[in-house]
Ligand binder design. Sequence first.
Ligand code: IPM
Ligand code: MN
Length: 353
Amino acid sequence: MSKSYNIAVIPGDGTGPEVVAEGIKVMQAVSAHAGFSVNLNYMDIGGERYLRTGEVLPAGAVEDLRKFDAIYLGAIGHPDVKPGILEKGILLKLRFELDQYINLRPVKLYPGIDCPLKDKGPADIDFVVVRENTEGIYTGAGGFFKKGTPDEVAVQESINTRKGVERCIRFAFDYCMKRNKEKQLTLCGKTNVLTFAFDLWERAFNEVSKEYTDIKTDYAHVDAITMWFVKNPEWFDVIVTDNMFGDIITDLGAMIQGGMGIAAGGNINPEGVSMFEPIGGSAPKYKGKNMINPLAAICAAGIMLEHIGEEESGRKVEKAVMKVTGSHLKSLAAGKMGMTTTEVGDLVAKYVS
Ligand code: IPM
Ligand code: MN
């Protein structure tokens, strides 16, 4: 019997369902050739459901999701819902509850894509950010004191546990070995100011590095790294950092690889269920127009295939995407691709077949 995988699909809001449909089209095309199948289980989670029912994450959803081989997510976010509700109630909640402690974000400039950096090409931009995904400022530790008065105090603390930091750093070293490119891992922090949090990070990094003598290690402050991303992106191979810094630098990373139309990532629990998503949001103004770029979602599907053990198919998806960016697309921007959303998906699906 051929192998089959159970995938939970959360199309979500805005253009999420449209881009997810293209990712699935590509997954089905590639799986048919590789001889495995994907069983899709659609879940109605997102802003639309929240507005309809008042429920953010339906009861039992987390437990249901644990049973799958992977989760494929479109986008969460709705213009009629106050910022923070869906982000915290769905996306962050899933990352935390499913202990997806790694946010893996490749930054790679594909052929044919306009890079905003002068004189930089695909040979210069190819690195991966390993972002810690369950701690730091994101834990919600802190609170208000005398809220709404002139004496108001707001505290939001960064929680860094030795266990959480170390498992993230260990993942980054292992990933760097497996990637086998420059074998160079950069810790991105702020040791000159955040002298508690990044002291812990730095000590853990240095200790773990002793077990990986093949890997060259390096350190960059977060402010400096934003400068190097623009000036010398070719210096980086794998970067490991905390949740907040990882959030910020990967948006910059997405821009130098061509924008949100192409940036994808995985929320990974190496011992549990992982969730793959395009990094861009729900782009409500393009909803239902067949104009949004589905490549980020298609790339997320490729990363998902690699993660569940179908490495060759994952690589095939990436190669097909590179063929499309290299010779067909006018631009990555919604409405300017020279093709519709579904046509882009059809083309990638043709190339993986
Ligand atoms: C991301 C997003 C999320 C984050 C938001 C939507 C909560 O910006 O995936 O990078 O901050 O992690
Ligand atoms: Mn972000």
